[in-house]
Design a protein around this ligand. Structure first.
Ligand SMILES: Cc1cc2nc3c(=O)[nH]c(=O)nc-3n(C[C@H](O)[C@H](O)[C@H](O)COP(=O)(O)O)c2cc1C
Length: 273
């Protein structure tokens, strides 16, 4: 999975090909496995595979808050409670499914927005939201011009530096490269995030990772808080990193975690060695 995290990038242009029945079975298995795993805060997150009826119509380009997707044969989507823990759980569960798709050669991208889709109406539980639809397909041979432009713009700023995101005991002390958790944090740095804002901030203190959210002022209003979903993605990447070190982690809310100014405390991961 570490390699998958390192290789993954958003794919917005797909081959003009429908998903084969064999591949649909593979995706359905990812969906089922994703729903069977207990989410960290116990939210019943639902996942759903949906073929795109109008894959080649101009309308299908308009899904998502920004960016353009082309020739989308299908979507992975899901629903959750519109609460802090519901969105953390959603990010955590959905990111695993995304990585499983990438591992098997599918192209995909997280898209958040307000989805008006009749197939989704009966799918979400009462009171739950559908915060994301991720196109799933065979990566297009060529990136569209618009996609290249979006990537160029993103890559210009691309990822923030390790020391701007993570701290050892406090945020003025960077985590040293020799620290056993340096590489675990690197997996957070590579994570996808809405508008590539990279709002995760993490303190390593003893055997704990304390996660904080640095909110972007005037973040576009959405059906659900995408910034909190990003934090669920970060939690997943840390857990994958710990697994690679043969550690397990316990995700919890820690009342004793430091509360640095200007950051919103989200959750902690306690490492059981
Ligand atoms: C919660 C979430 C919502 C996103 N929403 C959109 C979107 O609406 N449109 C889009 O083109 N990309 C969207 N993205 C993808 C990000 O733009 C992308 O992950 C980020 O720019 C980093 O690029 P990378 O995924 O290639 O590493 C979203 C990502 C996340 C995690």
């Amino acid at each position: 999975m570490i390699q998958v995290i390192k290789q993954r990038h958003s794919v917005r242009t797909f081959e003009k090909k429908t998903i084969s029945l064999d591949d649909e079975k593979v995706i359905q298995k990812i969906v089922q496995d994703g729903m069977q795993e207990a989410a960290p805060f116990g939210t019943p997150v639902k996942l759903y595979f949906l073929r795109n009826k109008d894959a080649h119509s101009p309308e299908s380009k308009k899904v998502g808050m920004y960016g353009y997707v082309k020739h989308v044969p299908a979507y992975l989507t899901g629903s959750t409670e519109n609460t802090k823990t519901g969105l953390l759980d959603f990010g955590y569960v959905f990111e695993k499914a995304i990585l499983e798709l990438v591992k098997r050669g599918f192209g995909t991208v997280w898209l958040s927005g307000d989805f008006d889709n009749e197939d989704l109406e009966n799918f979400a539980r009462e009171g739950h939201v559908v915060p994301v639809m991720a196109p799933v397909g065979y990566p297009g041979y060529k990136q569209s011009l618009k996609e290249r432009f979006l990537r160029m713009k993103q890559e210009a700023s691309d990822r923030k530096k390790h020391e701007d995101l993570f701290g050892f005991n406090d945020f003025s002390t960077p985590v040293d490269k020799s620290h056993p958790y340096y590489e675990v944090l690197e997996l957070v740095r590579l994570a996808p995030s809405a508008l590539n804002k990279q709002p995760w901030r993490v303190l390593v203190k003893d055997d704990d990772f304390h996660l904080y959210l640095k909110r972007t002022e005037k973040f576009p209003e959405q059906v659900a808080d995408s910034e909190m979903i990003n934090m669920g993605i970060a939690m997943r990447h840390i857990m994958i990193g710990l697994e690679s070190l043969s550690h397990t982690g316990q995700i919890l809310m820690d009342d004793a975690a430091p509360r640095p100014e200007g950051l919103e405390y989200v959750a902690s991961i306690h490492v059981n060695s």
